[in-house]
Write a protein that binds this ligand. Structure first.
Ligand SMILES: Cc1cc2nc3c(=O)[nH]c(=O)nc-3n(C[C@H](O)[C@H](O)[C@H](O)COP(=O)(O)OP(=O)(O)OC[C@H]3O[C@@H](n4cnc5c(N)ncnc54)[C@H](O)[C@@H]3O)c2cc1C
Length: 426
């Protein structure tokens, strides 16, 4: 491995493969290092990949890619201990023009990485980049257990923990308030049962977000695959720490919730996994370039937690990192002066525009856990009261509902909460 490459990409996730494909297609000499035994072997997510951004690299990819179902319905569940309130949007337009697809990363990532390989990139699996190599302060390659690898530009696409970005001094470790721990089960349920339970046609899928259980800032997620259901929870590390609850115990409570249990009834556990999500937003985005190195995807903390988008930010930042290296190669200048163009591209695109727009949202929800606890519970209570039929007249009923609401949250707090929420999104 003494050879020098135009670029070494570390990590064959969505960011790394997108960067490698972009550069290899332009004729650059690209090496991808992946620590897993194959791309995707160590990766997990919810989840869905998005048509728009994936198609930038692979037009009509759903015809050949290992996708599970296309999403036709988005569900938002508000849970109390023993009930739920469901807001759901199903639209036939999602059957006409696909928007998002559920996938298993263990299948999708190898397929996506092969695009880069077919374009000429060399992928070496089971190889960890242990450190950056520097010369006169400039990154000139990476160290691996199999030897040093030299490159004009290293692209760190090594995910949320990114040791490389930290070793290059572009990022600190993971601040507790900016990281969420997700645990997930993939549960085998026969295809027809999934379609019956979720009222789906063949190939149609559901993506669901669930709030209202457990400690502080947390959410659950549920995605229908072909013959499995991905079910998981994501909990803020600081809240988890404070609550002294164990993630797998929380997950079991969630899975056994009376509204969820019937959906996965008689299911067979296929896989259990856990992963971190960098949900801190714009305020925690890392430095993204230095002499001889760029950082993309989760490694740069590019996740939009509000819209549950990560793979599209990873792919887009990977493409932009690749394009920046192509330009640097033309100029034969791999200094931070040329590589700074990458950050500019990110700032001008939806990637950093969205994160900037939402920059105060993570802090807001962190300071107002009521949105994940009091509000879902109260909404369920009010809907229950509304539906119970007995001798109470409706004037008294509405009065009692108002008392219940204002006992849980004062008028002033209610107005303040929703005013702030409105301001954050407008
Ligand atoms: C529970 C959960 C649900 C999610 N749901 C969604 C969703 O529905 N939709 C969505 O768009 N996003 C979702 N995300 C976010 C999304 O998964 C990430 O944003 C995305 O995977 C980031 O891609 P990446 O390529 O930057 O990093 P990763 O996908 O983490 O890939 C990093 C790669 O680098 C490799 N690697 C790491 N270190 C080294 C090293 N030193 N040397 C060599 N290789 C290394 C890893 O093995 C891995 O293959 C979810 C995340 C989680 C955890």
């Amino acid at each position: 491995m003494a050879e020098k490459f135009d670029s070494v990409v570390v990590g064959a996730g969505p960011a790394g493969s997108a960067a490698a494909y972009t550069m290899a297609k332009a004729g650059l000499n690209v090496l991808v290092l992946e620590k897993g035994e194959k791309p995707g072997a160590k990766n997990m997510f919810g989840g869905v990949i998005f048509r728009h951004h994936t198609e930038k690299l692979a037009p009509e990819f759903w015809k050949t890619a290992p996708i599970e179902r296309h999403v036709v319905e988005y569900q938002y569940w508000f849970l109390s201990k023993d009930s739920h309130l469901l807001l759901s949007h199903r639209n036939q337009k999602f059957n006409g023009r696909y928007n998002a697809f559920t996938v298993h990363r263990a299948k999708f990532d190898p397929w996506f990485a092969k695009l880069a390989e077919d374009a000429g990139a060399v992928i070496i699996n089971r190889t960890t980049a242990d450190d950056v190599l520097k010369e006169n302060g400039k990154v000139i390659g990476v160290k691996t257990e199999r030897g040093d690898v030299l490159a004009d530009v290293v692209i760190a696409a090594d995910g949320v923990n990114s040791m490389l970005a930290q070793q290059a001094g572009l990022r600190d470790g993971l601040p507790q308030d900016a990281v969420v721990l997700a645990v997930k089960e993939v549960i085998g349920v026969p295809k027809q049962k999934i379609e019956d339970r979720f009222n789906l046609g063949p190939d149609e899928g559901v993506a669901a977000l669930l709030v209202g259980w457990g400690p502080g800032m947390h959410a659950g997620f549920m995605y229908t695959n072909r013959d499995t259901i991905s079910l998981g929870i994501a909990v803020n590390i600081r809240d988890l720490d404070k609550s002294r609850q164990r993630p797998h115990v929380l997950f079991e409570q969630f899975k056994n919730h009376p509204s969820i249990a019937p959906l996965v009834k008689d299911g067979e556990l296929k896989e259990y996994s856990a992963h971190l999500i960098p949900e801190g937003g714009y305020n925690y985005v890392s430095n993204t370039y230095t002499d001889g190195m760029l950082v993309s995807g989760d490694a740069a903390m590019l996740v939009n937690a509000v819209n549950w988008e990560g793979t599209n930010l990873a792919m887009t930042s990977g493409i932009m990192a690749g394009e920046t290296v192509i330009e640097a190669k033309k100029q034969n200048d791999f200094s931070s002066r040329t590589l700074a163009r990458y950050r500019q591209q990110l700032e001008e695109s939806f990637v950093l525009k969205d994160l900037k727009k939402y920059r105060d949202i993570p802090k807001f929800f962190s300071a107002n856990p009521e949105f994940f606890t009091t509000y879902p519970e109260t909404m369920n209570e009010l809907f229950y009261m509304w539906h119970v039929v007995d001798d109470e007249d409706k004037a008294d009923r509405i009065k009692r509902m108002k008392t219940t609401l204002f006992k849980r949250r004062s008028r002033v707090s209610l107005i303040r909460d929703f005013y702030h929420l409105w301001r954050l999104f407008s």
